[in-house]
Design a protein around this ligand. Structure first.
Ligand code: ADP
Length: 480
């Protein structure tokens, strides 16, 4: 208890105020399993207050011009930047990712992305589009904010995904109630503390809690839209309860992205990129490369090159500067990775490296490469969301395309080749929302990103992403 009392206190943010709760839950550092903070647990009354505050704030916020809202959001970015170190350390403690990490893709990268996304998204604007202007009528399409947006976020990029949800909603004139994952709520609560002093009260509200609060949000009659990033089963549950008031939805669900490496690929040039995009955030990335299909003529060369990189990696506590990869974020995810590895072993797959837990002080799992494995193995068919990659040999490109498309999910996919035209042709046959040629997992603020099939619907980023937070009002002005 005495240790607890020295910890920073976190509060909910409702109607511009820091609000304490009667219930709390522990937030665990996955690198050493210690309790880093107690998190306030919102009840349904507090959720109702947050929604009501957002509803009240909507009329004034939506009446502002884009440039007035932009000024506030840019101030928000500056205020977060001023506390960058605090955010980065807190993110490493609650999520596990290293401060710097392999290729600099750790907490500093997430904070940098947060700032870049706020500034870039806040610079965008939707304008009315005239579709007819003649002697009969002027007809224009206007884009109006929807109202109160509920955001439910996961634990892999808690700060950045919250920003991906909130900023397009806010710049287009909506107000927000956000519920971070119960595994990683702290950076979002810290964000709320800063936002409440910059934005008008009620424009951003933060409630913390588990799936029950998320479920109450998706059924809430005064939330007009939910944007959700998380698992497919939870996305389906949200969609069911959203029917109550015909809520608008953007669902960014799981993926199991395939990459296809053609015989003419330049293995020396691409091995490190394939490694980085497979293991980004320790594999806990929606659009990471998760199934690697390699033509038989270059299979051994790529396996060797990737193994050489893998064995030089250091997995450990991300607070240490020399750590490349941190722990899995939670025990449940570690257990999934272990179970998929076990199934692969039982099927006679070959482990090129890793495959055994060596350090149990945190939820650590080493970088693991597995070949001699086929479609049907759990490690291929199920999303691993962790640092273990199946490498599948193919001889016929048509078989590889069938393999890539055979699962229910369709978030991203990639083709690796020196023949760009052929690679683009093959990529266009992949059933997924983004295809990359000689890259994977790369997103940017102006390029739409979203899934198809069981990976969800709706897109984030760019003008298409902004439109998701608006409805169309067609204005017809008669002239005769
Ligand atoms: P995971 O099991 O990996 O945490 P989830 O998709 O269940 O993935 O979690 C993502 C987010 O969804 C979290 O914020 C979580 O609290 C929330 N959540 C979980 N269950 C529900 C639900 N039934 N309705 C709405 N949100 C939920």
């Amino acid at each position: 208890m005495t240790r607890m009392s020295t910890m920073k206190a976190f509060n909910l943010i409702i109607d511009g105020e820091s609000v304490s709760t009667t219930d709390y839950f522990d937030v665990i550092n996955p690198a050493d399993k210690s309790v880093i903070a107690r998190c306030p647990k919102a009840n349904v009354e507090q959720l109702n207050e947050a929604v009501s505050a957002a509803k009240t704030a909507f009329s004034a916020w939506s009446a502002l011009t884009y440039s007035e809202r932009r000024v506030k959001l840019m101030q928000l970015a500056d205020a977060i930047e001023a506390q960058a170190e605090t955010f980065i350390t807190l993110l490493t403690k609650e999520q596990g990712k290293p401060i710097n990490g392999f290729a600099g893709l750790g907490s500093g990268f997430e904070l940098g992305g947060t700032l870049a996304w706020i500034r870039s998204t806040a610079s965008m604007e939707l304008t009315a589009e005239t579709i007819q202007d003649n002697e009969e009528a002027h007809i224009a399409i206007h884009r109006k904010p929807i109202g109160v947006v509920g955001s439910i976020t996961p634990w892999n990029y808690p700060l950045l995904i919250g920003i991906w949800h909130m900023i397009p909603a806010l710049i287009t004139g909506n107000t927000v109630v956000i519920k971070p994952s119960e595994m990683t709520p702290l950076t979002t609560l810290l964000f709320g503390e800063i936002a409440k002093d910059i934005l008008p009260k009620g424009v951003v509200n933060v409630v913390a809690g588990a799936g029950d609060i998320g479920a109450a949000m998706s059924a809430h009659k005064d939330i007009d839209k939910i944007i959700f990033t998380g698992s497919t089963p939870t996305g389906k549950a949200i969609m069911k309860s959203a029917a109550e008031n015909l809520k608008r939805l953007t669902l960014e669900l799981g993926g199991n992205d395939a990459a296809i490496v053609l015989a003419d690929a330049d293995i020396k040039a691409i091995a490190s990129k394939i490694f980085a995009t497979s293991f980004i955030n320790n594999g806990q990335t929606c659009a990471a490369l998760k199934r690697l299909y390699v033509h038989e003529t270059v299979h051994d060369q790529l396996c060797e090159a990737m193994t050489n990189i893998a064995v030089s990696m250091k997995t450990g506590n991300g607070i240490n500067e020399d750590t490349d990869f941190g722990p899995l974020q939670n025990e449940k995810q570690l257990d999934i990775v272990k179970a998929l590895a076990q199934d692969a072993k039982e099927r006679g797959a070959n482990f090129l490296c890793g495959g055994e837990v060596v350090d149990e002080t945190g939820y650590f799992y080493p970088i693991t490469l597995v070949n001699n494995i086929q479609d049907g193995a759990r490690l291929v068919d199920e999303e691993q969301f962790g640092p273990i990659l199946p490498i599948i040999k193919f001889s016929n490109i048509e078989d590889a395309i069938v393999s890539a498309n055979r699962l229910a999910v369709g978030l991203g996919g990639s083709v690796w080749s020196t023949d760009i035209t052929r690679a683009q042709d093959i990529a266009s046959r992949l059933e997924c929302g983004t295809v990359w040629i000689n890259n994977h997992a790369m997103v940017q603020p102006d390029a739409p990103f979203g899934g198809v099939k069981d990976s969800g619907f709706g897109v984030a980023f760019g003008e298409a992403g902004l439109k998701e937070f608006t409805f169309i009002q067609t204005m017809q002005t008669a002239k005769s």
